[in-house]
Design a protein around this ligand. Structure first.
Ligand SMILES: NC(=O)c1ccc[n+]([C@@H]2O[C@H](COP(=O)([O-])OP(=O)(O)OC[C@H]3O[C@@H](n4cnc5c(N)ncnc54)[C@H](OP(=O)(O)O)[C@@H]3O)[C@@H](O)[C@H]2O)c1
Length: 290
């Protein structure tokens, strides 16, 4: 399949490229070639490539920054997504874009289903949900929204100065005592697993448009996850749980945002459990170091 991939330097984008390049014809321009913030450049890129699938992994997803730079957040997370969907429609391409667990308010205590009512608590979640609606509004027949959570991958999230796992490992180089929040329950997800699941999903002829939840199975708090990191690498760090009640400054994060994969699972697409994924990540990324 001919694929236009946006965000190839990111955690997820780089894994989709690495895992998909052997079987697909992937055109993955650098941001210097296609910056989706310049909405007028999107049509030219899509029309000159004429892919069968457009995959957008780009986002403005520094959550605190979205509160102050809300115009940029809405431009990238909503308007650019809408324009990509519109251009995909023009050539009949399948459009795949990514959303977040932060579309939910976290009031549930069991994993969110794909059709649960979203109610985002901050600008990031609002802008991503707006992007979901905008894409579906222009290309409902062939838009797939994949909601995921707590991503970590080999390339590290540049816009967040590294992913959660890498940051904890850096932390202990300077300080053996860490305070980590225990108030948010999530599904941390390894982008290698997520990228393989996406590649599996696009191979399914029976795939229908709409929202999918793709996360590593199981759930944990960031505190549990941090403890698991140090258990796996057998490093003796002191980790103290802290209850921040989902607050950072005035901004709220969902206290519970574990998600259930029901739709992709029905097609046979399931990701491994989070701890198994974390073990594989640490083995690959830190084997030589620890
Ligand atoms: N990270 C998480 O914890 C998390 C959780 C839930 C959902 N998600 C969603 O999952 C998706 C992938 O996240 P990720 O962690 O893989 O992101 P990432 O590592 O930060 O990568 C983002 C990619 O998008 C590119 N990009 C950013 N702005 C762009 C623009 N204006 N034009 C073109 N390219 C642009 C970046 O390019 P540069 O290298 O040039 O910056 C980078 O290649 C996003 O939609 C995100 O909202 C992420």
């Amino acid at each position: 399949m001919k694929i236009l991939l946006i965000g190839k330097t990111g955690q997820l984008g780089s894994d989709i490229l690495r895992n998909g390049i052997a079987v697909h014809d992937i055109f993955a321009p650098e941001r210097e070639i296609l910056d989706i913030g310049y909405l007028e450049s999107i049509e030219k890129a899509v029309m000159s490539c004429k892919p069968e699938i457009v995959i957008n992994t780009a986002a403005f997803h520094n959550v605190p920054l979205c509160e102050t730079e809300y115009a940029a957040a809405f431009k990238i997370n909503c308007m650019a997504v809408k324009e990509l969907a519109r251009c995909s429609k023009k050539i009949g391409a399948l459009f795949i874009t990514f959303s977040t667990d932060y579309v939910f308010d976290g009031k549930k205590r069991t994993p969110y289903f794909e059709d649960d009512e979203p109610a985002p608590l901050q600008i990031y979640g609002i802008s991503k949900l707006a992007g979901e609606y905008a894409a579906m509004s222009v290309w409902p027949d062939k838009t797939i929204i994949i909601r995921t959570c707590g991503l970590y991958g080999i390339s590290g999230a540049k816009s967040k100065s590294g992913n959660f796992v890498d940051k904890r490992l850096l932390d202990v180089e300077t300080n053996k005592y860490l305070e980590i929040s225990c108030d948010q329950t999530v599904c941390p997800t390894y982008t290698d697993d997520l990228s393989k699941a996406i590649l599996q999903l696009i191979g399914k002829e029976t795939i229908k448009p709409g929202v999918y939840h793709l996360v590593n199975e199981g759930e944990c708090t960031w505190y549990d996850f941090t403890k698991a990191i140090f258990e796996i690498i057998e490093f003796d760090a002191e980790v103290k749980p802290v209850d921040r009640k989902g607050l950072s400054d005035d901004m709220r994060r969902p206290l519970y945002s574990a998600m259930a994969n029901t739709k992709a699972k029905a097609l046979g697409v399931v990701l491994p459990y989070w701890r198994n994924a974390l073990e594989r990540y640490l083995n690959i990324k830190y084997l030589n170091r620890w």
